[in-house]
Design a protein around this ligand. Structure first.
Ligand code: GLY
Length: 417
């Protein structure tokens, strides 16, 4: 099978690794990819969000499957133009991608499908924003309506900070902001592979969104993750498929905009029961790095079945009886203004730790061929172990061998889990 994978982060490196490892994969092209994917696939420069450019790449390589990693190409309609041209695509069309692209749309679908979520108000003016903040009260949950690369959500007890973030969202063209009830309880990410009708869950994971230890500091795209969740209630996955993913997939089909691809259910296990915090329409980062490390069945077979509406014909995914932990190494300044260009050393040494592999994200090569940081989220250090504790020890041992001047990472990923 010839596969075209779109994207350039550690999530895509994890996907590329699982796709390349399968004997059914005869050719793997990643566009644009990163120095990590270049070691296991062919990287091709391309704008992954440009439907015409992606279509021409898929046509040239006669792709049997196109896997779309990030959300931006999906919201831009890349999957639609590929599907219209007859290519099997793993990823929803633009209309279904609005489940991530618009928080307000996701709320509307959840209401129609009877899916449990936080009460919310959609605000288009500062007056509406101020009155919604007073109505909902602290802690304030303020979400930008559109895509924001993990930085659109502010949760704070400071009304001025909530108002400031809300105003910044409204100031954008067509800006709207969603104010929600705060959901207590631990968060869980459950990825569901969907083909427009059938839902196949992957292993639940948990990510750590704040920059600092103890969940301090600003929200980020995610600083680490682990799986399995040994503390999660029995039957959680079945409950989420039954009460969340399947109703949403059915509702999208009813609307004539079927959801085919990865429905990322971001959940809070609250004192009142499981509630949806958000949907994303692609694999999560950094959870994917941990989840796929444990996958023992064929990823290409699963994604192709989803892309061709045959998910009910393939067996459920299977998992290693091991835990996986990944820790993100971020550049100085992340998630604010990032300092790039720093030289990275020690990746090979990290991979000498048993059970450890390192996935690239914001990395590049300088003129002398040295590995350098080119973005905020630089590397994910992933480890497998016989328990979450063993995996975390290995991940941190690996991380300790990597050097990037001024880099940041959390020291408490999966601690005590
Ligand atoms: N882990 C958060 C995200 O992928 O959006």
């Amino acid at each position: 099978m010839k596969i075209l994978l779109l994207g350039s982060g550690a999530r895509e490196h994890a996907l590329a690794r699982a796709l390349a490892a399968d004997p059914t994969t005869t050719e793997l092209v990643v566009a644009p990819g990163n120095p990590g994917t270049a070691t296991i696939a062919t990287n091709l420069k391309a704008d992954a969000s440009d439907p015409a450019e992606v279509l021409s790449l898929a046509t040239e390589m006669e792709a049997d499957l196109v896997v779309v990693g990030p959300e931006a190409p999906l919201v831009a309609g890349v999957a639609d133009s590929l599907r219209d041209a007859g290519f099997p695509v793993f990823g929803p069309g633009a209309e279904a991608a609005r489940l991530e692209g618009s928080k307000a749309f996701a709320k509307e679908v959840m209401e129609a499908a009877g899916v449990p979520t936080a009460a919310a108000a959609v605000c288009a003016t500062e007056d509406e924003l101020a009155s919604a903040l007073d109505r909902f009260g602290a802690p304030y949950v303020v979400k930008e309506d559109g895509l924001a690369a993990g930085k659109g959500v502010v949760v704070t007890s400071d009304r001025d900070a909530a108002l400031e973030h809300g105003r910044a969202c409204l100031a954008k063209e067509g800006g709207r902001v969603v104010i929600e009830d705060f959901l207590d309880g631990p968060e869980v990410s459950l990825f569901c592979v969907c083909d427009g009708a059938t839902v196949r869950p992957l292993a639940p994971a948990q990510d750590f969104k704040r920059l600092g230890d103890g969940d301090a500091g600003p929200n980020t795209g995610g600083m680490g993750a682990y799986t399995p969740l040994t503390w999660a209630p029995d039957g959680l996955t079945e409950e989420v498929v039954r009460d969340v993913a399947q109703p949403v997939v059915d509702e999208m089909a009813r609307r004539g905009t079927p959801f085919s691809g990865l429905l990322y259910c971001g959940l809070a296990l609250t004192s009142k029961g499981t509630r949806v915090v958000e949907f994303n329409v692609r694999f999560g980062d950094p959870e994917t790095q941990a989840v796929l490390a444990r996958l023992t069945s064929s990823l290409p077979e699963l994604l192709l079945a989803a892309a061709t509406g045959r998910l009910d014909e393939v067996p459920a995914p299977t998992w290693a009886d091991q835990a996986a932990v990944d820790v993100v190494l971020a550049a100085p300044g992340y998630p604010g203004t990032v300092t790039t260009g720093g030289v990275i050393t020690g990746v090979e040494e990290a991979e000498q730790v048993e059970g450890v592999h390192v996935l690239h994200a914001g990395t590049g090569l300088d003129d002398d061929g040295r590995l350098i940081a080119t973005g905020g989220r630089v590397l994910s250090v992933v480890a497998l172990g016989d328990s979450v504790r063993a995996a975390r020890e290995r991940a941190y041992e690996g991380l300790s061998r990597i050097h990037l001047e001024g880099s940041q990472h959390r020291t408490d990923i999966a601690l005590g889990r």
